[in-house]
Design a protein around this ligand. Structure first.
Ligand code: PYC
Length: 404
């Protein structure tokens, strides 16, 4: 499929809903689109419908702060996110669409002895897996981020950092759009404004989904809805330990390019990078109370800017231009839940908490493999739902980046 005079739009017009599909994917964010793309491209499965209650990439895909990194704490996490980072590097070529992938280098600041210990731990696990990560001292940070107040206004001086050279940012919407267009070019159907209201089973096996546009038969159903996961899993009485917390973010007015690194402080609950438009893209920890909502608050901006001004005093003169929130589906061990479930033909991709955007390519690829073969991909075996009943948790909290 090639864009032409007859087909002037980025996406071709949506087709009418069919009565039946081999695979229905619930959720038209980055993960859902990536899964559809790899199902078609790598497994030749094209009788696929992606059902999205809103619009393409309108959930957490369009609400994150676009950071890509693989400097995790566990071997399982490092291997998984490293594969994702490698896929990200080639996406612009794969899609023939610029996703503005920009490698910046990623500093995770440590302000305490215990944070320094965790950075050392992460650096050693990373290096063991061939990942470019190293603990760096204050002088090195000062050289790379000269405009940062290393004393943090005398409150909590920076002692060192984990430096991860491959850390990057990307245009998050373009990632969803690229996967969506690539999937459609290969025959996948995308149906926006189509809400799944129930999932039907027969003899313990999925047979289809009920939607606000009628019933659709499906041999396999994949849920890739992040913050809406509990609404879907309760249709099948599947229990997960997921809790939903809002995660808020904001951008400043655009200023001249001055910051070419990503800076994160888990202790101060701040992460910041400068977008290609010049805006400072910033976020903090999740909201303190569980809530299924994407409302944003003044409290968040006050807390975040207070911490930002300790690190970057000159930001006191910048105006906040926009703020927003996503719904984070947090697991107790801060690792995702991926793979098959006890309901035959129903697959789950969830538990993306505050770390889901960077997993978009690898989650799509590994979930497509899992659905096509009805067998979990090697990289996601540690993330199965039954790890909680087996007490085989993954323990990724120290690398979640955001304070919780
Ligand atoms: O996991 O890198 C991350 C992250 C940054 C902001 C939220 N999560």
């Amino acid at each position: 499929w090639k864009k032409s005079e007859d087909e002037p739009r980025f996406f071709p017009d949506e087709k009418p809903l069919k009565k039946a599909y081999d695979v229905v994917i619930i959720g038209g964010g980055g993960h859902g689109m990536a899964c559809a793309y790899y199902l078609a491209k790598e497994h030749g499965i094209t009788n696929v419908a992606v059902l999205e209650q809103g619009y393409i990439g309108g959930g957490n895909t369009g609400r994150n702060t676009t950071i890509v990194r693989s400097n995790y704490l566990t071997s399982e996490g490092v291997k998984f996110y490293d594969e994702s980072l490698k896929l990200f590097e080639d996406l612009s070529d794969d899609f023939d669409l610029n996703i503005f992938y920009s490698t910046r280098g990623h500093f995770t600041l440590a302000h305490t002895d215990s944070a320094m210990r965790t950075m050392r731990w992460r650096a050693e696990v990373n290096k063991h897996h061939g990942i470019d990560s190293e603990v760096v001292d204050v002088d090195t940070i000062k050289k790379e981020v000269p405009y940062m107040d290393m004393s943090c206004n005398g409150q909590h001086p920076v002692m060192g950092a984990l430096y991860h050279a491959p850390g990057s940012v990307a245009r998050h919407d373009a990632v969803a759009w690229g996967y969506a267009r690539g999937a459609q070019m290969r025959g996948v159907e995308i149906h926006q404004k189509t809400r799944v209201t129930d999932i039907k089973t027969k003899g313990g096996k999925v047979v289809g989904v009920e939607t606000d546009r009628g019933f659709i038969e499906a041999k396999k159903v994949v849920s890739m809805v992040a913050g809406s996961t509990p609404r879907i899993t309760e249709m099948l009485d599947i229990e997960t330990p997921i809790e939903i917390f809002p995660l808020q973010a904001c951008v400043t007015e655009p200023v001249k390019p001055f910051m070419d690194t990503i800076v994160v402080s888990g202790s101060l609950h701040v992460y910041v990078s400068q977008s290609s438009r010049g805006e400072l893209v910033m976020g903090a920890s999740v909201d303190p109370a569980e809530l299924h909502s994407t409302r944003s608050t003044l409290d968040f901006v006050e807390g975040l800017t207070d911490q930002m001004m300790d690190l970057f005093p000159f930001t006191s003169r910048l105006k906040i231009m926009r703020q927003w929130a996503g719904m984070s589906d947090i697991t107790p061990d801060f690792a995702p839940i991926m793979g098959k479930t006890d309901v035959e033909g129903f697959y789950l991709d969830a538990g993306w908490g505050t770390w889901g955007f960077k997993a978009t390519p690898v989650s799509g690829k590994t979930m497509a493999y899992t659905v096509a073969n009805d067998m979990p991909h090697e990289l996601i075996k540690p993330f199965s739902l039954d790890r909680y009943s087996k007490f085989e948790l993954v323990g990724e909290k120290g690398a979640a980046s955001v304070g919780h």
